[in-house]
Design a protein around this ligand. Structure first.
Ligand code: ATP
Ligand code: MG
Length: 407
């Protein structure tokens, strides 16, 4: 039975299909739980608007998405997929909503399993009685429903340890819900609930993933990109705009700022030791990022650095880079991740294919042949002091540009 046929059968039986969105960590919140819940609902409503005509209600640590017309009922599978992007939701299930009446439940559940089992040979029923006034306990509910499934599907067997199909029957306050198809949700904390963070966004694979990981913890991400025109091209900058646009679907709106490092890079090239180029440049990036964060009200910096990935990401190099940041935490969520894991996430969030387009980045302009991997802070500082650091920073910062990103 395909999705449309199944929806029609349920409609004929007066059973509605709804989507259940279960909260994650939000349930652990104390007094400000309702604040987090309202952010979650707002995000859900924004996403549902794109999907069709649905009603959203909340009760018992769950949001209920109910289709309001036939088109919405037919599109429920796609809508459930969209709901997996809501931060703060840990599981998404398409459930059949049915009256809290044991006869009606047992009359329905056998045919329900037939319609969704898709060749499954084993099953179990898990009962969950949240409404304690319901006259059957959770184990009784599971046993009675299991019997009804066996009667309607004589060739299926019970396997309580490793079933192919885990059928859940939940007796909640307003109705009973039967489902067997949960998809993991995005998890994390509701979008934007943690405040703003400034992501240093290059055109590479890593930084969009770093932004996504913090967005998942409730950070509203704003991006800062450094270019080095004319050493980097207009097309390279456009690529980063496209990455920001792609990030919006998962991370919420990601506005972007651009600062040119041309004068700074030329000064470093003309004045400093070649093996220190990259690290001195990265310290300028961090200073400018901290200033930008202050300007836009961001409370942290976020980078895509991963320990040992390149010369500037050894522990001592990161220490040298980090030491110029005075007043903000620097989040490096990829620090312990392997490239393979990072790539998997980049594919999931839809940035990978854009990131691998071969355009230059300011970090690849004037790259040293043998960058230092074990720098000593004092030596880097001494080399850097040959430059007019404050003047270079303020001139670069004066020309910051803001780019409005189309979500
Ligand atoms: P990515 O794949 O994100 O480019 P990377 O592995 O190439 O990262 P680096 O180029 O060393 O690593 O940069 C480390 C981090 O510094 C990036 O993840 C990003 O946060 C920041 N960064 C690098 N280049 C830029 C840039 N042009 N603009 C803004 N941030 C940058
Ligand atoms: Mg890079």
């Amino acid at each position: 039975m395909n999705d449309t046929e199944r929806t029609q059968t349920y409609m004929a039986e007066n059973v509605k299909e709804v989507i259940l969105l279960k909260y994650g960590e939000v349930v652990l919140k104390g007094l400000n739980r309702s604040h987090f819940e309202s952010i979650l609902e707002k995000d859900a409503r924004t996403r549902l608007k794109k999907c069709g005509n649905y009603k959203l209600t909340s009760a018992q640590s769950t949001m209920y998405v109910t289709p309001l017309d036939e088109d919405a009922a037919r599109a429920i599978g796609k809508t459930a997929e969209e709901c997996t992007k809501i931060f703060g939701v840990v599981s998404v299930s398409i459930a059949c909503e049915i009256e809290k009446d044991m006869d009606k439940i047992t009359a329905f559940i056998g045919g329900y399993v037939k319609s969704i089992r898709n060749g499954a040979k084993t099953f179990k029923v898990t009962g969950k009685r949240s409404d304690k006034k319901f006259p059957y306990t959770s184990p009784e509910l599971a046993a009675i429903c299991g019997g009804a499934v066996l009667k309607a599907n004589p060739d299926i067997k019970v396997d309580v340890n490793n079933p192919e199909l885990d059928v859940r029957v939940e007796i909640r306050d307003y109705a009973a819900y039967i489902h067997a198809r949960s998809i993991p949700g995005a998890g994390g904390m509701p979008a934007g609930s943690a405040g703003k963070g400034l992501l240093l966004l290059s055109g590479g694979i890593d930084s969009p993933v770093a932004g996504y990981m913090l967005a998942k913890r409730g950070v509203s991400v704003e991006a800062l990109h450094f270019d080095s025109y004319p050493y980097t091209s207009e097309r390279a900058r456009q690529k980063v705009v496209e990455i920001s646009e792609a990030m919006c679907d998962c991370c919420g709106k990601v506005n972007m700022h651009v600062i040119s490092l041309t004068e700074i890079q030329e000064a470093i090239r003309d004045t400093c030791r070649e093996d220190y180029f990259t690290l001195i440049l990265r310290r300028f990036m961090m200073r400018l990022a901290e200033k930008t964060a202050k300007k836009v009200g961001a409370l942290s910096l976020i980078t895509g650095e991963s320990l040992g990935q390149v010369a500037s990401q050894t522990m001592s190099a990161l220490g040298v880079t980090n030491s110029v940041v005075k007043s903000l935490p620097v989040f490096r969520p990829l620090i312990a991740m392997d490239k393979e894991e990072i790539i998997r996430t980049a594919r999931k969030i839809g940035t990978f294919d854009i990131s691998i387009q071969p355009y230059e980045d300011c970090c690849t302009v004037f790259t040293p042949r043998h960058p230092t991997t074990n720098p000593v802070l004092e030596k880097i500082e001494a080399e850097e002091s040959k430059l007019d650091v404050d003047g270079l920073v303020s001139r670069a910062f004066e020309n910051i540009e803001r780019i409005e990103i189309k979500a």
